[in-house]
Design a protein around this ligand. Structure first.
Ligand code: GRF
Length: 203
């Protein structure tokens, strides 16, 4: 299976997927890492691991549609079976989402359906949540609402600020995202509406 990963910045989730793919010998390869920001730190990691990199700079396109079309062309050069959004901070058009329907995964730093959108950790703290977490889901046209593949929860501790909670959640992201991608490339996931089942019954 061929995986293309989209990033916008640090790329620590991308790194976790690349490392797990190599270490666990998945039946897959990360064919390319593509960023919408030329300066994204994650591009260096990818290049230093022999992975093709690309940049499609959204500031150079007049519309979301034009950007998404250019992005899709760059992605499709690598003939992916799966496109992984890993800290990719652009909202995608319905045309883009439907082009990759069923093979587009995202990680979101909240326990969806709570806190879609931005500033999830701050909002969880302000809401007085005792539990926070992260969600890997298939991407559908509605932002942060697709079928959920896996979630991880962490406690919100007294005195937590946004950074402390973000770090605790991020450590879990690095566990669940590789797991979800591995299930996908092993053909272990079955999607039925919003329900995602693991064929072997793995929780
Ligand atoms: C992660 O917390 C991800 O869930 C969020 O943005 C962050 C990206 O981090 N959407 P990284 O680029 O993977 O290090």
């Amino acid at each position: 299976k061929r995986i293309v990963i989209l990033i916008s910045g640090r790329g620590s989730n991308m790194e976790a997927v690349v490392r797990a793919c190599h270490a666990e010998g998945w039946p897959a390869q990360v064919a390319a890492v593509i960023s919408n920001r030329p300066q994204a730190a994650g591009l260096q990691f990818a290049a230093s691991h022999g992975i093709a990199t690309g940049v499609v700079d959204h500031t150079r396109y007049a519309s979301r549609e034009a950007f998404d079309e250019a992005l899709a062309q760059e992605i499709d050069r690598h003939r992916p079976d799966l496109v992984v959004l890993a800290g990719f901070m652009r909202i995608l058009t319905p045309a883009f989402v439907s082009r990759y329907a069923g093979r587009l995964l995202n990680i979101h730093p909240s326990l969806l359906p709570a806190f879609p959108g931005l500033h999830t950790h701050r909002r969880a703290i302000e809401a007085g949540c005792k539990i926070a977490g992260a969600t890997v889901h298939f991407v559908t046209a509605e932002l942060d609402h697709g079928p959920i593949v896996i979630q991880a929860a962490v406690p919100v501790l007294p005195g937590d600020d946004e950074a402390a909670l973000a770090a605790r959640v991020l450590a879990k992201e690095h566990v669940i995202y590789p797991r979800a991608v591995r299930w996908f490339v092993e053909d272990a996931l079955q999607v039925d509406g919003l329900q995602v089942r693991h064929r072997t019954g793995e929780p």
